[in-house]
Design a protein. Structure first.
Length: 570
């Protein structure tokens, strides 16, 4: 079966005659609203919080190239270690003269609901075609570092621990020889794949993207959408290859892409990368959402090599056996069985993918059964599987935005700026979409991409930061009522990597379980706060079991909740 998907992809491309895959799926019928009270309200407070600078990315109109449209990296990261999440936002530029505001930005959390732009002071000003960001402490010094991917040269920023960062890309061996054609790097994730306590690095590519070889809108069947000329791709472009770097004991990295088996997957347009133990064997695997090609699942063979098993695991294709335009990924435990599930976002005229974990690394697409397929118009990107109302059941927030800024006139049903979607978890395996109940932010239209999740004001609920193309970011403050209890876990590795990337925490409360994993990247090429947030409903106590990246397991009874608990690996 593995050998069939390139042929399927070719058939789909000819059938739809476009660069982006779209299946023409109509929305499923909505069930009657549950009528249950919703205790969470999301409000965009970006302006009053000081997040006023636009995220520059490509032309406002008359866009010629796909590379101008598809960034979205954003990180919620406590870079100064004060216990309050800060924000790092990946930016792009424009062809021709770059605007002065075209730079990545670091915003320090002032602990009063506002942020200060400290980009210059931190040494992070950089103009280019940034794509995504992953977070980890690669040198185990207690300070979180940033890896930023580009269409061009990637950058590893070492956190100096004094409010500044240093570009150590070349020093640690992560600046390869310049390729023949410019590479569009996309997703990345730190991952300790050999469990030696040092973080390694996986880097995905979307395509090798050379403007000299890229046709203009309308030039061929891969340069239109629904009969309207659009930037070309990804079909019709050369698929990318992917990279794995092993960290040596001296802090430098070795390219092990070939000998690990990662480089053998060469027929995919990679986007968001996830490093997590998805088959529960104690070793971290790599999941890569891919645009218009099947999702890749690199199974860790425990010997330094990986085998791609996306189809065998039930993650590569949808329930109908079709490839989708994979954009963003969330990992969580939506049904409270202690087994990790995967949610994946897709292009317009298609369902989003909810892949239920069946155990032992097997998954099944249950989007239709779960009530997720009631909306198929939107082009969806960043996503979080988070408990927004603290009732003990993870909900879904998905942001959207058209990749083509110039098609709205001819295709008014697919506007450039789109709405976010909020789905509440009903606790019975099903979700229902909320509208006005979700708060004023759910009614705001943007062309959004990445999202990052975490408690920016330390008040015990999950807030959201959203990357908006050629606009300032959105900061969705969550205000929760109803008295639901909560617990946040900060994990510190000792034998494992210091940031505990890849650790899985299972919280038992009120007769049920809930599992989460510490991720270096998720959503859409973005990074959420490394602290894990659990809603506990009415339960005022819990038991936490952590399986650390080293393979060790520890158990921690928690008698006092509604607080942040820091757990250190024994």
């Amino acid at each position: 079966m593995r050998r069939l998907w390139p042929a399927l992809a070719a058939c789909s491309a000819m059938a739809f005659g476009q660069g982006m895959i779209s299946h023409g799926v109509k929305p499923a019928a909505r069930e009657k609203a549950s009528g249950l009270p919703w205790r969470s309200k999301l409000t965009n407070i970006a302006r009053q919080a000081g997040l006023t600078q636009p995220i520059v990315y490509g032309a406002e109109r008359d866009v010629q190239y796909l590379a101008e449209t598809s960034s979205g990296g954003i990180a919620m990261v406590d870079y100064d270690g004060d216990g309050w999440p800060d924000l790092f936002i990946v930016s792009g530029t424009r062809f021709g003269a770059a605007p002065a505001e075209a730079t990545n930005r670091l915003y320090r959390n002032n602990r009063d609901g506002t942020f200060t732009d400290v980009t210059e002071k931190a040494g992070l000003r950089r103009t280019g075609w940034g794509q995504g960001v992953s977070v980890g402490d690669f040198d185990n010094d207690g300070h979180l570092d940033l890896f930023v991917t580009y269409w061009g040269e990637n950058v590893l920023y070492r956190n100096n621990g004094n409010g500044t960062f240093s570009d150590v890309t070349a020093k640690v061996g992560l600046r390869p020889k310049a390729p023949e054609y410019p590479t569009w790097y996309s997703g990345s994730t730190f991952i300790d794949y050999d469990r030696d306590g040092r973080l390694d690095l996986f880097v995905a590519t979307y395509t090798d993207y050379d403007l000299r070889r890229t046709p203009k809108p309308g030039a061929n069947s891969f340069c239109n959408w629904k009969g309207v000329p659009t930037p070309c791709g990804p079909r019709g472009l050369r698929p990318g290859r992917h990279y794995l770097y092993h960290q040596r004991a001296d802090g430098t990295f070795e390219d092990v892409s070939e000998k690990s088996g990662i480089a053998s997957a060469r027929q995919s347009f990679g986007f968001t990368a996830i490093g997590a133990d998805l088959d529960d064997d104690g070793w971290p695997d790599i999941l890569l959402a891919c645009d218009s090609t099947p999702t890749l699942f690199f199974h860790n063979n425990h010997d330094g090599t990986f085998t791609e098993e996306g189809i065998e695991r039930g993650l590569a294709l949808n329930a109908d056996g079709m490839e989708q335009a994979g954009m963003g990924v969330a990992v969580g435990d939506y049904n409270g069985d202690g087994v990790l599930d995967v949610f994946k976002t897709h292009f317009a005229d298609d369902t989003q993918g909810l892949f239920q974990g069946l155990g032992k690394g097997q998954f099944a697409d249950v989007a239709m059964k779960a009530g997720i397929a009631v909306e198929t118009r939107y082009i969806c990107w960043g996503v979080g599987l988070q408990d927004f109302d603290n009732d003990g059941w993870p909900d879904l927030l998905i942001v959207s935005g058209n990749v083509y800024p110039d098609t709205e006139r001819d295709l008014p049903a697919y506007p450039y700026r789109m709405l976010p979607m909020l789905f509440r978890n009903l606790g019975n395996g099903r979700f229902e979409q909320l509208f006005e109940e979700g708060g004023p932010a759910i009614g705001e239209r943007h062309s959004s991409r990445g999202t990052a999740f975490g408690d920016i004001d330390n008040d015990g609920d999950v807030d959201v930061v959203v990357w908006n193309r050629n606009e300032p970011p959105s900061l969705l403050r969550n205000d929760v009522t109803g008295g639901g209890h909560w617990l946040q876990l900060g994990l510190v590795g000792t034998k494992s990597n210091r940031a505990a990337i890849g650790a899985k925490a299972t919280v038992e409360f009120d007769g049920r379980r809930q599992s989460q994993v510490v991720l270096s990247q998720s959503s859409f090429t973005s990074a959420s706060d490394l602290r894990l947030h659990f809603g506990l409903g009415k339960s005022a106590s819990a038991k936490v079991t952590v399986r650390w990246p080293s393979g060790a397991t520890s158990t921690h009874p928690i008698q006092s909740v509604n607080r942040v608990v820091v757990l250190t690996e024994p």
